[in-house]
Design a protein around this ligand. Structure first.
Ligand code: PHE
Length: 338
């Protein structure tokens, strides 16, 4: 044995350890070099047969070799242990939780839900109807004369000769009444469509909340009381309101309800066009012709109905000045309602 063979073995150890990539291979390495009959011990054995004058140098080199082998073995062992931990899905309970992004309700949905809940608390049930309607439900049963301008192509989206997109939620009144006998007390939220020029204030699709109450002895006073209670709950107890006479084919008498502008408190501002008032809904006593169309006896029952627009109210409530922003699905708008 000479110094060169010791240096050569050190090189072998260094290149062998580099090929080790598993615990099995590391065990082969240990069996080859580090056990009692391994190469390192064998070389120490052979030191005894070396010339006495070479022994100090060779002994030093062999100690170096032994240390290197043990050190490389220890290092590799730690490395393999660590990569095993990393690859296993270990559960670290000390890591802070990751917050899931939470979605929010669209401002229109929020307003619709709030309005619906107020009526629910007053004993109203919720009913839904289809957005694709026919002439009977959208117009005829609601006492629209055949030549009424609302039936015109200019206002209504017709899909074909018989199908159209509902222009209001009032056809759901017809569906509810044809489905069950009185008494009725329902609100009916949903989307409606009108063929209008799109601008900052109007869109071809918007939302309404319809209401219908039918029973014996229902009076206009009950209509006023219900809507006044709603207005105070939704817009605040200091809100003022006024009922103006109006006309709808399906109610008689008919009215529109205005509330005092909740931005300027009635003083007059840009939003209420300096009038101090905001129009929020149409309403009236159900026309006897509507009862006849659904098979109710107008001599026995009376009722009231109302329909309010949601979108413009939501715009005013949230201070959004362009209705189109509601439907562009821009998260920068939606994120402001968290
Ligand atoms: N349907 C009417 C509209 O869209 C509103 C309304 C509903 C009026 C119910 C009276 C009664 O303008």
């Amino acid at each position: 044995m000479n110094i060169n063979s010791v240096l050569e073995t050190i090189q072998n150890i260094k290149s062998d350890i580099q090929t080790v990539s598993s615990h099995e291979e590391l065990e082969q390495f240990r069996l080859k070099y580090l056990v009692r009959k391994g190469i390192v011990q064998q070389m120490f054995e052979r030191l005894k047969t070396a010339a006495p004058e070479d022994r100090p140098v060779l002994g030093k080199a062999l100690n170096e070799l032994s240390r290197t082998a043990q050190q490389l073995f220890d290092e590799k062992k730690r490395e393999l242990e660590q990569s095993r931990h990393a690859s296993k899905d270990t559960l670290d309970l000390t890591i802070p939780g990751r917050r899931r992004p939470v979605g929010t309700k669209h401002p229109v949905t929020q307003a619709l839900d709030d309005m619906t809940n107020i009526f629910k608390s007053m004993g109203f049930a919720v009913a839904l109807g289809p957005e694709i309607e026919d002439d009977f439900h959208n117009f005829e049963a609601l006492n629209f004369p055949p030549d009424h301008p609302a039936r015109d192509m200019q206002d209504t989206f017709f899909l074909d000769k018989t199908a159209l997109l509902r222009t209001h939620t009032s056809p759901v009144q017809i569906r509810v009444m044809m489905n069950q006998p009185p008494p009725i007390r329902h609100v009916m939220p949903g989307r409606v469509y009108r063929n209008e020029a799109i601008s900052a204030r109007s869109y071809c699709m918007f939302h309404q909340l319809e209401g219908l109450a039918v029973d014996e002895h229902i009076t206009f006073a009950e209509l006023k009381g219900t809507l006044a209670t709603f207005a105070k709950r939704f817009f605040g107890s200091s809100v003022k309101y006024v009922f103006r006479p109006s006309f709808f084919p399906f109610t008689e008498p008919s009215a529109e309800m205005d509330i005092s502008c909740f931005l300027c408190k009635g003083k007059g501002c840009r939003v209420c066009k300096q009038t101090g008032w905001l129009e929020i809904l149409g309403c009236g006593m159900v026309d006897p012709n509507v009862f006849k169309a659904v098979g109710y006896d107008p001599e026995k029952v009376t009722g009231y109905a109302f329909g309010m627009g949601i979108d413009r109210t939501a715009l005013l409530l949230y201070g959004i000045d362009d209705i189109r922003m509601l439907y562009e699905n821009d998260v920068r708008l939606l994120n402001q309602f968290t």
